[in-house]
Write a protein that binds this ligand. Structure first.
Ligand code: NAI
Length: 479
C-alpha cells in the first residue's frame, strides 16, 4: 500500500514545500538488501571495558569500521567536550572521533553503540551519553544508536536500579531526537549474560541493519546465553521449516516472502476462501499451501501433520492471522466480540496446546505471534481487538517458560500502523493521523514486521524469549 504523502515530500519541490510549511517530513527508510554494508558508515563505540571491546570485535568481524570513545565524564564544571580523547581503530579516512567527527571530509557515522553494562549510579550515565550526544550531528541518514545495558531488577540496590532504568529513559528520548530515518534501540542483558553472547550480537546486528528500519525506541531483552550466530548472515533461516498463518495477503504474505528469502521452507496457511491468493504466495516462495481456518478444533494437529509429512520438520510457527471487528463498546455485539477473540487469541492458544502436547516439537522450536500496539496502549473502538492482542502478549510470556525445556522460545511482535489492506480501510483522516504519530512520521511496510519476525525466528535469537518487540516507528502511545 502506498503512502503518497511520503513519496511527495521525499524529493524535489514537495520536500521544499513541506519544509516551508512546517509539515511532517518522513524520509525513505534504509531497508535490508543483500550485499549492502550493514551500516552506512563507521560506528562509534562508546565505553570502556570488556563489553565495549567485545562489541568492537564483533563489529570489525562484520567489516564495520570502528571508532572508540571512552565516554568518560568530564570533571565537574568541565566542558562537555573535555572527555577522554577518542581513539580510532579505523583507516585515516574515518572520523577523528566525536569531538571532530563532523569535520570536513569525514565520513558520516553509520551508528553509535553505547556499552553501558557497568553503570552503577545515575551519575555514571553522563560521560557515555553526552559522548553519544556530541556525535549525533555526525550521523548519516538512517543511522542507528544502540545501547547495551543490564536489565534492572527488583533485587538491585536502588541506585543501581535507577542507573539501569535511566538508560531506558535516555534512549527512548534520544530516539525521539534523531532525524533522517535514524533509530535508537537498546539491548538489555539478563543476569549473567555477557555482551558477547550470541543473542546479544544477533540483536546488535539486527538493530544496526536495514532489517530494523521501523523498530525505534525499543528494547530487546537477552535473558540467556543461548543461541547461535548463523554461518551465512544473509540466510539465517537456512534449513528451517516455518509455518505462517494468515499468509494469503498483507503482513502474512510479507512474512512468508521474508522467511523464504532468508532460507526457510515455508508453509502458508489461510482460510479456504483465500485459496487462490494463498496458492500464488506458496508458488512465489516455493513453499506449500495449507487451506485451513485456524479456529477449527484440530488446526494444531493439521499444521503439525502438514509440516512433518510434507517437509519432514517443523521449526518455526508464526501466528499472524488476525481480524478486526471495530465498534465502540457501547455498540459492541456478541458476534463481533467473540469472532475477534476466537481468531486472534483462542485459536493460537489451542494450536500451541496441541503442538506442546504432541511431543513432536524439535529442539529450539520458535513461536512468534503478531500482537499490536492496540494491545499495549488501547485504542478507541477496539476493546475486543485490544483484549485479544493483549492476550497474545500474556500468552507468549507464559508460553516462553513452557518452551524453555526444549530450548524453544516464544515472542511477539507488536506492529503499529502498517500499510496493508486492513489499514487501507481506515477513514482517510484517521489513516493520516495513524501514519504520522510516531518518531519516523510514516506507516511501516509489511516487510518491517516480517524482518523482526525473521530475527526472532532465527538461531541468533535463541536467548530472546518472552519479549514483545514493537515495530511501530516509536508510536507515541504506550511504552
Ligand atoms: P489482513 O486482513 O490483510 O490479513 C489477515 C489474513 O489472515 C487474511 O489473509 C485472512 O484471510 C487471514 N485470516 C483471517 N482469519 C483467519 C482464520 N480464521 N484462519 C486462517 N486465516 C485467517 O491483515 P494484516 O494487516 O496483514 O494483519 C496481519 C496481522 O497483523 C493481524 O494479526 C493483525 O491484527 C496484525 N496487525 C496489523 C496491523 C496493521 O497496521 N496492518 C497493526 C497491528 C497488528
Amino acid at each position: 500500500m502506498a503512502d503518497k504523502y511520503t513519496d511527495l515530500v521525499s524529493r524535489g519541490w514537495g520536500r521544499d514545500l513541506a519544509k516551508r510549511l512546517g509539515l511532517p517530513q518522513p524520509v525513505m527508510l534504509r531497508r535490508y538488501e543483500p550485499g549492502v554494508p550493514l551500516v552506512p558508515g563507521p560506528v562509534l563505540v562508546v565505553g570502556t571495558g570488556t563489553a565495549a571491546d567485545a562489541l568492537e570485535t564483533a563489529l570489525k568481524g562484520w567489516d564495520v569500521e570502528v571508532v572508540r570513545d571512552a565516554g568518560v565524564a568530564p570533571a565537574t564544571g568541565g566542558r562537555h567536550d573535555a572527555g577522554a580523547p577518542p581513539t580510532s581503530s579505523a583507516s585515516p579516512s574515518a572520523p577523528a572521533g566525536p569531538g571532530t567527527a563532523a569535520g570536513e571530509g569525514s565520513p558520516k557515522l553509520g551508528g553509535i553503540v553505547l556499552a553501558l553494562d557497568a553503570v552503577a549510579r545515575p551519575e555514571d550515565l553522563s560521560g557515555p551519553i553526552l559522548a553519544a550526544g556530541r556525535a549525533l550531528r555526525s550521523l548519516a541518514p538512517s543511522a542507528r544508536v544502540v545501547t547495551v545495558s543490564r536489565r534492572s531488577s527488583t533485587s538491585d540496590e536502588p541506585a543501581l536500579a535507577a542507573a539501569r532504568s535511566g538508560v531506558e529513559g535516555a534512549l527512548r528520548s534520544l530516539a525521539k531526537e534523531l532525524r533522517n530515518g535514524g533509530t535508537g534501540n537498546g539491548i538489555l542483558l539478563g543476569e549473567g549474560v555477557q555482551a558477547d553472547a550470541p543473542s546479544v550480537l544477533g540483536a546488535l546486528r539486527f538493530l544496526l541493519s536495514g532489517r530494523s528500519a521501523f523498530v525505534d525506541g525499543q528494547f530487546l531483552t537477552v535473558g540467556t546465553a543461548k543461541g547461535e550466530l548463523p554461518a551465512d548472515p544473509d540466510h539465517p533461516l537456512a534449513g528451517k521449516v516455518a509455518v505462517v498463518t494468515g499468509a494469503a495477503r498483507g503482513i502474512g504474505a510479507a512474512i512468508a516472502r521474508t522467511l523464504a528469502r532468508d532460507g526457510a521452507k515455508v508453509v502458508v496457511v489461510d482460510v479456504p476462501a483465500a485459496g487462490d491468493s494463498l496458492a500464488k504466495v506458496a508458488n512465489e516462495v516455493r513453499g506449500t499451501a495449507l487451506q485451513l481456518d485456524i479456529t477449527k478444533p484440530d488446526a494444531g494437529e493439521r499444521i503439525l501433520e502438514h509440516a512433518l509429512h510434507r517437509h519432514g520438520a517443523f521449526d518455526v510457527l508464526v501466528h499472524n492471522a488476525g481480524i478486526t471487528r471495530d465498534k465502540l463498546l457501547a455498540n459492541m455485539d456478541v458476534a463481533r466480540w467473540d469472532s475477534v477473540i476466537a481468531v486472534n487469541i483462542a485459536a493460537q492458544l489451542r494450536i500451541n496446546e496441541a503442538l506442546l502436547a504432541s511431543g513432536k516439537l524439535g529442539e529450539g522450536f520458535r513461536i512468534v505471534s503478531v500482537a499490536s500496539t492496540s494491545g499495549i496502549a488501547g485504542n478507541r473502538g477496539q476493546t475486543n481487538y485490544a483484549a485479544s492482542k493483549a492476550g497474545v502478549i500474556g500468552m507468549v510470556r507464559s508460553t516462553a517458560a513452557r518452551l524453555a525445556p526444549i530450548g524453544g522460545t516464544a515472542n511477539a511482535v507488536a506492529p503499529g500502523f502498517i500499510e496493508t489492506e486492513m489499514t487501507a480501510k481506515v477513514p482517510l483522516a484517521m489513516r493520516e493521523v495513524g501514519r504520522r504519530i510516531n518518531s519516523l512520521q510514516q506507516g511501516g511496510q509489511p516487510v518491517d514486521v516480517a524482518e523482526a519476525i525473521g530475527f526472532l525466528a532465527s538461531d541468533a535469537a535463541g536467548g530472546v524469549s518472552g519479549n514483545v518487540l514493537r515495530v511501530c516507528g516509536q508510536y507515541w502511545m504506550g511504552q
